[in-house]
Design a protein around this ligand. Structure first.
Ligand SMILES: Nc1ncnc2c1ncn2[C@@H]1O[C@H](COP(=O)(O)OP(=O)(O)O)[C@@H](O)[C@H]1O
Ligand SMILES: O=P(O)(O)O[C@H]1O[C@H](CO)[C@@H](O[C@H]2O[C@H](CO)[C@@H](O)[C@H](O)[C@H]2O)[C@H](O)[C@H]1O
Length: 471
């Protein structure tokens, strides 16, 4: 490995967006390096690196936004973003650092959209603008610091630039679906994107998406958990109108996607394949989180029931990783973000048509998360547990009602399908939490334990085990 690759191998596992945590990195290889912007001699450069991280014989691609400056010229406020000092592409030693924190570089990055030049041999990095859109440079980008799989920069009240971290060849579904929905009041308007031709791949790969910023909005996770907190503190709290409205908006977005993009019906053989994929994910998660294994037989039963369902299941493009953190609420109503799907799954698989009930299941899981997460690590208090679960139940029901009212398939009439999707999502979450936020692992594990403990959806609880509240 080169000096820079050695430095990246140490830095990478500490990044929130690195999805291979917990598995030692054996090798880092820089596949491509593009100088995207340069502030001139003595000033900073912004390099976009595509790197391959080798772990246990598997290799994953990531995008790194690398700042570089002459040694000892890193401003004190950027000191904590330093990765090290090394030669970049054989030149003089430079200090390299995480460019997303550098106001000078983030400002120049947005400016590149206004000049439209290409970078690299044969223009292998392109800044693209949607027809009819004029992008105006507006100063530095503010780095969002939330629990993210990618890295987003907010430019004033105008734009958000999301750089995708884990790269899979092809157009990112976030770009595809936002373009298909462009003009809808329920999404942030896409303005442009950055793409590159990765070595060995003909189709361009999306590196970043530029969207309009939705001002004065709060994300659904914050709104929901504040509501649960109020309730657990003993005060009145109701979220069900918001949940119902979110259900309606979700159904409308699904209808728009079905109108704009291909649709189909899931064949019995495809349903069996899907059930196999769920079983495979369960096996992988149980190997990594042994506590899950004791519930596996009950979860498998749900998957087997799903494989036997003989009703035709409409399929279409869907959100793919739908949860309360993917929706924001300005005054005007809910807006859906991040149509990327599950970032650890290859883009080709994420582009497959799927049942919109998968998104419904994702959001239902999220109501359980919002209810469960405040109680994790607390001493068991039956009253609080009951209140939290009842909150989840009420909002799950309201969301489903809203979804059906908005023209979506009535989730209540597809409980077998929903149950399998909810289990599959919860299993995904077990893996996600084990790798990224081990303190949260109990949230999906407890949902699975409750749901697998024998009470079925038809007998008064849902897959995640929240009791039905009378009335
Ligand atoms: N267009 C936007 N307007 C306002 N806030 C946004 C916008 N896009 C993203 N955000 C904020 O950034 C957060 C992360 O964005 P998201 O697309 O979900 O990134 P990731 O794929 O890394 O999870 C969102 O939860 C939201 O708070
Ligand atoms: O938003 P991302 O695309 O980065 O999605 C990943 O991270 C999410 C956490 O930020 C994770 O969502 C899980 O935790 C949420 C609370 O933080 C909860 O609302 C979701 O229901 C739960 O799945 C998501 O699974 C992961 O792909």
């Amino acid at each position: 490995m080169s000096q820079l690759e050695e430095l990246l191998a140490v830095w990478l596992p500490r990044q929130r967006w690195f999805s291979g945590k917990g598995i030692p990195i054996r090798q880092v290889r820089i596949e491509s390096r593009y100088t995207l912007v340069s502030a001139g001699p003595g000033g900073p450069d912004l390099n976009m690196l595509v790197i391959q991280a080798g772990q246990r014989g598997l290799s994953s691609r990531y995008q790194v936004l690398l700042g570089s400056r002459p040694p000892r010229s890193l401003p004190p406020n950027l000191a904590r973003t330093a990765i090290g000092v090394c030669q970049v592409a054989g030149g003089r030693p430079r200090v390299v650092y995480d460019a997303a924190h550098d106001p000078q570089l983030t400002a120049l990055l947005l400016e590149r959209f206004t000049t439209q030049e290409t970078t690299g041999r044969r223009g292998r990095v392109r800044f693209r603008t949607l027809p009819g859109t004029t992008i105006t440079a507006c100063g530095p980008g503010r780095l969002l610091t939330g629990e993210q799989s990618n890295t987003s920069l907010v430019y004033g009240r105008d734009y958000v630039l999301k750089t995708f971290r884990r790269l899979w060849p092809g157009h990112n579904p976030d770009l595809e679906l936002n373009m298909a929905l462009s003009g809808s009041p329920y999404v942030a308007r896409p303005c442009g994107w950055i793409e590159a031709d990765l070595s060995g791949h003909r189709a361009p790969t999306t590196l970043a998406l530029l969207q309009t910023f939705v001002p004065d909005a709060t994300d659904g996770w914050v709104l929901a958990t504040e509501n649960v907190r109020t309730l657990l503190e003993g005060a009145e709290a109701d979220f069900s109108e918001e949940a119902a409205r979110l259900g309606r908006t979700t159904a409308e977005v699904h209808s728009s996607l079905a109108r704009a993009l291909p649709t189909d019906v899931l064949s019995p053989s495809a349903a069996a394949e899907l059930a196999d994929a769920m079983v495979e994910r369960l096996a992988m998660a149980s190997a990594e989180v042994p506590e899950l294994a004791e519930h596996a037989p009950r979860v498998m039963e749900a998957y087997a029931d799903f494989a036997r369902v003989d009703e035709p299941l409409p399929i279409q493009r869907i959100h793919g990783d739908y949860h309360l953190g993917q929706v924001i609420r300005p005054e005007s109503g809910w807006v859906l973000l991040d149509f990327e799907g599950e970032p650890t799954v290859p883009v080709r698989e994420r582009q497959r048509l799927s049942s919109p009930l998968r998104d419904v299941a994702g959001m239902l899981r999220s109501f359980d998360y919002a209810a469960g997460y405040l109680l994790v690590g607390q001493d068991e208090d039956p009253e609080l547990s009951w209140a939290a679960r009842s909150w989840a139940r009420r909002n799950r029901d309201a969301f489903c009602r809203g979804y059906a009212d908005g023209g979506g398939a009535d989730p209540e009439k597809h409980l077998t399908v929903l149950r399998a999707f909810e289990f599959d999502k919860a299993v995904y979450e077990v893996l996600y939490e084990a790798r990224n936020r081990p303190n949260w692992l109990r949230v999906p594990l407890e949902s699975i334990a409750t749901a697998a403990s024998g009470v079925t959806a038809g007998s008064g609880t849902t897959a995640a085990g929240a009791p039905r509240v009378p009335g």
